[in-house]
Design a protein around this ligand. Structure first.
Ligand SMILES: *Cc1c(COP(=O)(O)O)cnc(C)c1O
Length: 219
């Protein structure tokens, strides 16, 4: 199936309130252009340098999402154009994003990443760390960032009940967070293998790569 057909098939199954981020990491710009021609405007990348190169080449009405772990010293390269940073997991990183956003006279939208998986390798805050961050004075002084919601990744497992439980825990943390920040509206959860479960559990944004572009080759 073509990229266009894959996109259509996924969009047909998504409720209208769920935003599709096409995860194009490692894929050539010709693949992104094909998705663009099929109407896709939101792309997710996990390496800043790669995203910058694609941003320079492709049409300027694309919304770029950074979905990977962000190194503080690289925020400056994307501050001019980034639409949403999904994986923010510390006040230090938020402070740097705020500083770089101010240089470009803009407010950068961010999601806070919550650790819901059992694997140690997946980044993110636990609920206590989230509350500490959101209630700190330093956080309240950041005027050039806006928290739009939360992001999480489930454990890589075939156990659907476990995945469901993890997404459900993110949804409940989201509900609690909404009492502190009523303006939040995004729960970014769900990838090719588990997005249907994520949507059932209340996802409003899915990040899908291989089901659109095919398997990735890492060299
Ligand atoms: C790569 C990646 C995805 C997409 O994964 P697929 O399984 O190819 O859909 C989603 N979210 C994050 C954070 C990723 O790094």
């Amino acid at each position: 199936m073509s990229i266009k057909q894959n996109l259509q098939q996924i969009k047909d199954t998504l409720p209208s309130n769920v935003t599709l981020v096409a995860v194009s990491k490692t894929k050539p710009v010709t693949d992104l252009q094909e998705a663009y021609n099929a109407g896709q405007r939101i792309f997710g990348e996990n390496k800043i340098q790669e995203m910058v190169q694609k941003w320079e080449t492709l049409p300027k009405d694309i919304e770029w999402h950074m979905i990977g772990h962000v190194q503080r010293n690289k925020v400056k390269y994307m501050a001019e154009f980034i639409s949403l940073i999904h994986g923010v997991d510390s006040l230090k990183l938020l402070t740097e994003i705020n500083k770089q956003a101010a240089k470009h006279n803009r407010i950068i939208s961010c999601l806070l990443q919550i650790h819901i998986a059992t694997e140690e390798t997946k980044f993110g805050l636990n609920e206590e760390e989230l509350i500490t961050l959101l209630t700190s004075e330093d956080f309240k002084n950041l005027k050039n960032i806006e928290i739009k919601g939360l992001m999480g990744m489930a454990t890589f497992t075939s156990n659907k009940n476990q995945i469901k439980k993890e997404f459900s825990s993110l949804k409940s943390i989201y509900n609690n967070t909404k009492e502190t920040i009523p303006s939040i509206s995004i729960i970014s959860m769900g990838m090719s293998g588990d997005y249907q479960i994520a949507v059932e559990e209340g996802s409003t944004m899915v990040r899908i790569g291989s089901s659109i572009f095919g398997v990735r080759n890492y060299k």
